[in-house]
Ligand binder design. Structure first.
Ligand code: NG1
Ligand code: ZN
Length: 535
């Protein structure tokens, strides 16, 4: 049974700040680091319960606030297969975080234990890691206190990228089984990726070096560690914004989120025309690419462009391998540029599913394809191979394959290892894109030429109550407040290529307005009109 005294005593060292409410949203808990100590402790408790509920499998705890400013922090739980915490448990995270006293916390724990049917006698296993934020040290200690209060067996992963932690969780839970995912260590992760990349890149004519902006985050030391394993012969690469010791530099004027939202290079990085650049975000689970043309005009290759590149490559391999029954599909959100959706469906002829914002929705929808490619426009994404596809790929294949058939098959097998199938991974995605560009011998401009993005505009609008905004049709329609959708329809009517939608953010206290159209003027017009309508 629950040792109330131990929990109460441990909790008293992590008092909850008054006048703050916490909510476990699409990105877990995220807030100013100074407010998060009690939440971290309670997440430790919840991680232990989640593990007990799932027969003692390893649950992951990642302390990070991704692309947010350095003074913020956050925490996310990772379920046994390396996926996000099941949404049915998000409410328990929120309940525990908001319990107003040590006694209330104990009462809430009893409630969660009862509601979920947790057997406290089961030993819990949790693996935890953190990014480079200075606040991580004490916040991780709070997590550990929560774990210890429920007598949890712990694995300290230390400083890791978010996708490395997801990888570790999956490896720890599949160790020794027929679907073992890999060696459960960061070195194991590097070796798996390096071996796959070496298979795919060997013998190809090298491209000019890629410059990688590491957002001054955990991606910097981790990319450098990986380079030592893979060697620079096959992966010529230069890192910039790669310091993790200068206070205030994390995500500051650099990183994937900056580049995507500002549509410009990291401040102070001068783009050499036609060369390839990439930016990680602060916890290295997102990546975008970009280049400048001869006039110095900036061109972004975002998650939509990556999805198109990857889907096209995999379609070719599947066809060359003669795997006609393998159905490749792409999953996007409403933020995907309309031109990318058109390219995927009309040029590549691949089915596209649109889902609500949030990795868990994309991941889930991608699982329904044999090979499911998913990317958010902001650069978070990966590729999932279904169990049936995996066993097809690991079977011997045709008895007398042609040379191109066996080449395609062996490339597909290597892709399975190269791609982090637990979650979007900047390092793995970097290798995936580099592999494809190597095989195609494409410059960034050639990759970019697949289609031209429709001019678009994304605006934040502060409203008094964002919960008043209720959407349907994968967030593309607004059901409430009443009458607003009609105004949007009106604004878009007659605008060539016009598309617009309004949805409440899941991570910030605002409503987002998106608009795109065939011309820049029209896109700006529609979106600038809307904020006036909804406030
Ligand atoms: P919200 O705040 O719900 O729009 C943002 C991003 C998502 C996703 C989450 C983090 C946009 C428009 N939205 O969500 O794509 O990355 O943060 O999980 O970029
Ligand atoms: Zn991130």
């Amino acid at each position: 049974s629950l040792n109330e005294q131990v929990v109460r005593a441990a909790s008293s060292a992590h008092p909850r700040p008054l006048n703050t409410t916490f909510a476990y949203g699409t990105a877990g808990f995220r807030a100013n680091a100074d407010t998060l100590d009690s939440t971290m402790f309670r997440v430790g408790l919840l991680a232990a319960l989640r593990s007990k509920k799932l027969a003692g499998q390893h649950i992951g705890v990642m302390v990070t606030a991704s692309h947010n400013p350095e003074q913020d922090n956050g925490v996310k739980l990772v379920d046994p297969h390396g996926e996000m915490l099941h949404s049915s448990w998000e409410q328990y995270a929120t309940l525990l975080a908001n319990a107003t006293s040590d006694d209330a916390l104990v009462t809430t724990l009893h409630h969660v234990i009862q509601a979920t049917g947790v057997d406290l006698a089961v030993k819990a296993n949790v693996v935890y890691g953190h990014d480079t934020r200075p606040s991580c040290r004490s916040l991780v200690r709070a997590v550990v206190d929560g774990l210890a209060a429920l007598d949890t067996d712990q694995v300290n992963a230390g400083l890791v990228t978010t996708p490395q932690l997801h990888y570790l969780v999956r490896c720890l839970n599949t160790q020794g089984s027929s679907d073992a995912y890999g060696e459960p260590s960061v070195e194991g992760y590097y070796h798996k990726l390096a071996a796959a990349y070496t298979t795919l890149a060997t013998g190809r004519h090298l491209l000019p070096a890629l410059t990688v902006d590491c957002a001054n985050g955990v991606g910097a030391p981790k990319l450098k560690e990986f380079l030592k394993v893979v060697g620079t012969d096959l992966l010529p690469l230069v890192t910039v914004r790669d310091t993790t010791t200068v206070a205030g530099s994390l995500n500051k004027d650099c990183g994937a989120d900056f580049v995507k939202t500002q549509q410009r290079a990291p401040r102070g990085v001068d783009l050499v025309p036609w060369q390839r650049y990439a930016s990680f975000d602060g916890d290295a689970d997102r990546i975008v690419f970009y280049y400048a043309d001869a006039e110095g005009t900036f061109h972004l290759l975002d998650g939509d462009k990556i999805a198109g590149l990857v889907a096209g490559f995999i379609l070719d391999l599947v066809r060359d391998a003669g795997l006609d029954d393998v159905k490749v599909g792409v999953v996007q959100t409403a933020y995907a540029n309309g031109a990318s959706t058109k390219y995927l469906t009309e040029v590549l002829g691949v089915p596209v599913t649109c889902v609500p914002t949030g990795v868990k929705h994309l991941h889930h929808a991608a699982e329904s394809y044999d090979v499911g490619v998913y990317f958010e426009a902001n650069g978070h994404g990966t590729v999932l191979f279904s169990p049936a596809t995996l066993s097809l790929l690991s079977s011997p294949g045709p008895s007398s394959p042609t040379a191109s058939q066996s080449a395609a098959l062996s490339n597909l097998r290597a892709l399975v290892d190269l791609i982090n199938q637990t979650v979007g991974d900047a390092l793995s995605d970097l290798l995936l894109v580099e592999t494809i560009l190597l095989h195609r011998q494409w410059s960034p401009a050639q990759w970019d030429s697949a289609y031209s993005d429709l001019p678009n505009r994304l605006v934040k609008v502060l409203v008094t109550d964002r919960t008043a905004f209720v959407t349907s049709d994968a967030e593309r329609r607004l059901d409430r407040p009443e009458g607003v959708q009609a105004r949007i329809d009106e604004a878009v009517r007659g605008v060539e290529g016009g598309r617009s939608f309004v949805r409440p953010s899941g991570t910030e206290d605002c409503v987002r307005v998106y608009a795109e159209a065939n011309t820049r003027q029209a896109a700006d017009g529609a979106s600038l009109f809307l904020p006036l309508v909804i406030t």
